[in-house]
Design a protein around this ligand. Structure first.
Ligand SMILES: Cc1ncc(COP(=O)(O)O)c(C=O)c1O
Length: 437
């Protein structure tokens, strides 16, 4: 059985009797006509399935808290779906916190991450009683302690460390030295704990946090990470007679962007993590900690897809054929930023039509604005609707107004119904901050 993070398409994707792509009983060609393109779409059942899989997979370890890494996709409606299932949020900015509050979601289950939190952000999070901060560096420790003191609060914190494990997709290295802008080098933990216990009386240190990378296709790094975090907790316990009770293992579980990707499921990750907690708490003679995980991509990615209309086409004899869509690198910067691969399908054509290998280009003024290189599509023509899958994570959240092109709308679909959840940007909004005279 494939879980959503192991599948390119949302769970109920099919071709309907009109020959069109259909997801959750919604005809995607009708949807494109109704809302225009480009259009981000979120399939609610796939989103809920992934969140429920996370909850179910980790339910064997009762002390698990799941935080959605907001950076992957932060809109009020998506946050409400996840919050209603009991998830909290990993936030990194005032804007992410504000979006949650605006959606009626408090911060009491959330964690504040980031390597350069401003005073305004720190104070906002304190005022809104965020569950905890993941403190990243010495500067922040001092700033946060002072802000908490001003507000007469004792703030719960984790400290973020670089655990000397680094991985992206298949590259998995235990690094000898730490070179990351995030977190305290593991060798500095004693200095940090000294400061907190002896000087920063408005901070309540309860846990350790680490995030080892993204698009991780192996389970072993998670096993090792839990071992590193619990090993450090043991050292702190021995030295200070002070036992930390929480660990946060970050996010990073990989997803299937193309048929060659073969990530583990959330159940595979959960059993390895839980096993490592069992083994390492025994080994180090520690109490079982509260476990935080903060997945982003794997929770939302395959729930999302983008609909485009094909415009101009250009055939360079003997080289390639370009088809150009009405969006591109501003609504999905991932291919131009790091050669990310995507799958797509013409939404208004039956499969097994006349196949053609084409390159899907965006409309932005950069030669690098190529969404998909050399993909086989069903006879793509001007006016056709192209569905690019797996755009739920890091597309809307990384989108820009490059070339002053308006940001797309977003729609959530379920059971034959569609609901606008982010309005299409307007020209008035585009220039609203311009001061002309
Ligand atoms: C601290 C932290 N937690 C969680 C995540 C989410 O990672 P992913 O989307 O790969 O699950 C990130 C991503 O950069 C991160 O930096």
């Amino acid at each position: 059985m494939k879980y959503p993070n192991q599948s390119v398409k949302p769970i109920s994707t099919k071709i309907n009797n009109k020959g069109n792509l259909e997801i959750s009983k919604v005809d995607l060609v009708d949807l494109a006509k109704k809302y225009k393109t480009p259009l981000y779409v979120i399939d609610k059942p796939t989103l809920e399935k992934m969140a429920k899989d996370y909850i179910d997979a980790f339910s064997r370890y009762k002390n698990t808290k799941i935080l959605f890494a907001s950076k992957a996709l932060m809109t009020g409606a998506v946050a409400k779906v996840l919050s209603s299932l009991g998830l909290g949020f990993d936030v990194v900015s005032l804007g992410e916190m504000y979006t949650l509050i605006n959606a009626g979601i408090d911060l009491k289950k959330s964690s504040f991450n980031g390597n350069n939190k401003s005073i305004e952000e720190i104070e906002f999070a304190l005022d809104k009683e965020i569950d905890h901060f993941s403190v990243d560096n010495f500067f922040e420790l001092k700033q946060l302690n002072e802000a908490a003191l001003r507000k007469n609060k004792i703030q719960k914190i984790h400290i973020r460390i670089t655990p000397n494990i680094e991985c992206h997709t298949h590259d998995y290295i235990k690094t000898g030295q730490t070179d990351s802008k995030f977190g305290f080098p593991i060798e500095k933990i004693n200095d940090v704990v000294d400061l907190i216990l002896n000087q920063y009386k408005n901070l309540n240190l309860v846990g350790l946090h680490a995030h080892i990378g993204s698009q991780i296709f192996e389970t072993q790094p998670y096993y090792d990470l839990v071992g590193v975090l619990l090993g450090e907790i043991k050292k702190i316990k021995d030295k200070y007679n002070y036992e930390l009770s929480e660990i946060n293992i970050g996010g990073g579980l990989g997803i299937t962007y193309s048929e060659n990707d073969n990530p583990p499921s959330v159940y595979d990750i959960a059993s390895v993590v839980i096993q490592s907690i069992e083994d390492n708490t025994k080994k180090f003679d520690l109490k079982k900690p509260i476990l935080y995980i903060e997945p982003g991509r794997s929770l939302v990615c395959s729930a999302g897809f983008t609909l485009y209309t094909i415009g101009s086409t250009k055939k360079i004899e003997g080289i390639r054929k370009y088809i150009t869509v009405d969006g591109g690198m501003a609504d999905n910067p991932r291919p131009s930023m790091y050669q990310a691969l995507y799958c797509a399908q013409v939404a208004n054509k039956k499969e097994n039509n006349k196949k053609e290998i084409v390159t899907v280009a965006g409309k932005f003024c950069e030669s690098g604005d190529i969404l998909i290189k050399d993909i086989e599509l069903d006879n793509p023509q001007t006016g056709d609707i192209l569905c690019v899958f797996d755009t739920g994570a890091y597309c809307y959240s990384m989108s820009s107004n490059y070339n002053n092109i308006l940001k797309p709308a977003m729609v959530m679909i379920e059971e034959g119904k569609d609901k606008l959840i982010v309005r299409r940007q307007t020209l008035e909004q585009l220039v609203q901050n311009d001061i002309v005279n």
